[in-house]
Ligand binder design. Structure first.
Ligand SMILES: *Cc1c(COP(=O)(O)O)cnc(C)c1O
Length: 392
């Protein structure tokens, strides 16, 4: 007979999910109420307002899609793209490649702007692609590439889309809550995120926001959105403004308690303080790793504070290190993906997991495991270097 499942208490320093606050986990266990209960509708309105705060937007159409980040991505594409359209897709890692898949499944043509993994999206190349394709109606890119730990210039790319009369689709799954995501200042049109990265909530929810321009485009489209579940015209009837809410699907009630709690925590801390915390812990981690003799895989100006790509030293057994960290320290870090598999580790400092204790634990644990493997590291140098940047 099967018995209850009791997971261990891990330290989640991979590419997501990240550690979850006990406050958020407790919210998850509160009594379920009906998804059309007047109190739940009030909660939905508050979640919308909190998401507007997190996205720094006044977009009316801002809501959590009841599915993971990949569904938020799909929601943006299926609503903005119609068969026969041309979309310029910037790709510098795993998630740009998924955008291409989405475009093609919408019956549209993807014009790819490729940059090397580990480099940011080239604004000049994106400009050249838009100039060469005046028919392009959308420019899509990933703000924070989790597969490589690289940030791209979202403000410049969104401005570029506007100049060309195209809409922008922006992946902020890993950026939201960790670094600036300024939807209104950027003039971004369709932006999606995820609950389990820097928002430190349970996986399975995808916050999205659409500009008034994007909403006009959706309302004027002639071709029915091919996804019933993700059709924003229908979802708006459920999450929409003053009008009476109509049943569309059953919202994941308890998951939304959790999302609400994590957003309340973000608002209590304040966006600026959350960004400063992510930066401080990132700098301390980098100082510690470099003092140990390890090197970062991404050039300093493009690094994401919440996702640190570290070069694996020659001769070190990647998988053995990660499994020793997990078994002996209950610490999860991420493997490299695609071309970077076996070459980099991805150390997350996302949301609730971005704290001084995790920085210290990670450096200490890596030192122990690498030292045992005979890797060329300086024993005892990492922790003091990190702590010097954490003390104040
Ligand atoms: C994690 C991630 C996604 C996908 O989110 P899921 O919740 O796993 O579906 C998309 N884009 C980026 C940049 C991500 O980091």
């Amino acid at each position: 007979m099967a018995t209850s499942f009791y997971p261990p208490q891990r330290i989640l320093m991979g590419p997501g999910p990240s550690d979850i606050s006990p406050r958020v986990l407790a919210a998850l266990a509160r009594p379920t109420i009906g998804h059309l209960d007047p109190l739940f509708i009030q909660l939905m309105d508050e979640i919308k307002a909190l998401l507007q705060y997190a996205f720094q937007t006044s977009n009316e159409l801002t809501l959590p899609v009841s599915a993971p980040g990949s569904a938020g991505m799909e929601a943006c594409f299926v609503n903005l793209v119609s068969p026969g359209d041309t979309v310029v897709v910037c790709s510098n890692g795993v998630f740009g490649g998924r955008m291409k898949e989405n475009v093609e499944r919408c019956g549209a043509t993807a014009v790819m702007v490729e940059d090397a993994w580990g480099e940011p999206v080239s604004v000049d190349k994106a400009a050249a692609a838009l100039a060469a394709h005046p028919e392009a109606s959308v420019l899509a890119f990933v703000h924070a590439e989790t597969s490589t730990g690289v940030a791209s210039d979202a403000a410049a790319l969104c401005a570029l889309a506007r100049e060309h009369g195209a809409l922008s689709i922006v992946d902020t799954v890993t950026s939201l809550g960790g670094i600036e995501v300024k939807v209104d200042d950027w003039g971004a049109d369709a932006v999606y995120s995820g609950s389990q990265k820097c928002l430190s909530c349970v996986p399975g929810i995808s916050p999205v926001t659409f500009s008034p321009r994007a909403v006009d485009h959706i309302q004027q489209r002639k071709h029915k959105v091919q996804s019933w579940f993700l059709d924003m015209q229908l979802v708006m009837g459920y999450w929409g403004g003053a009008a009476k809410r109509a049943y569309h699907h059953t919202a994941p009630v308890n998951n939304l308690y959790a999302l609400h709690e994590s957003l309340v925590m973000l608002e209590e801390e304040g966006l600026e303080n959350a960004f400063a915390r992510h930066l401080r812990n990132h700098r301390a981690l980098v100082a510690g790793l470099e003092a140990m003799g390890l090197s970062m895989a991404v050039e300093a100006p493009h690094r994401l504070p919440q996702l640190n790509a570290v070069t694996i030293p020659e001769g070190v057994d990647d998988a053995a290190v990660r499994s020793a960290l997990l078994e002996e320290f209950s610490l999860e870090i991420g493997a490299g993906l695609g071309a970077l598999a076996g070459k980099t580790w991805r150390i997350g400092l996302m949301g609730y997991a971005s704290n001084a204790r995790n920085v210290g634990t990670c450096i200490t644990a890596l030192e122990a495991v690498l030292g045992r493997q005979g890797a060329p590291i300086k024993l005892g140098a990492g922790l003091p270097a990190a702590r010097a940047l954490l003390a104040d």
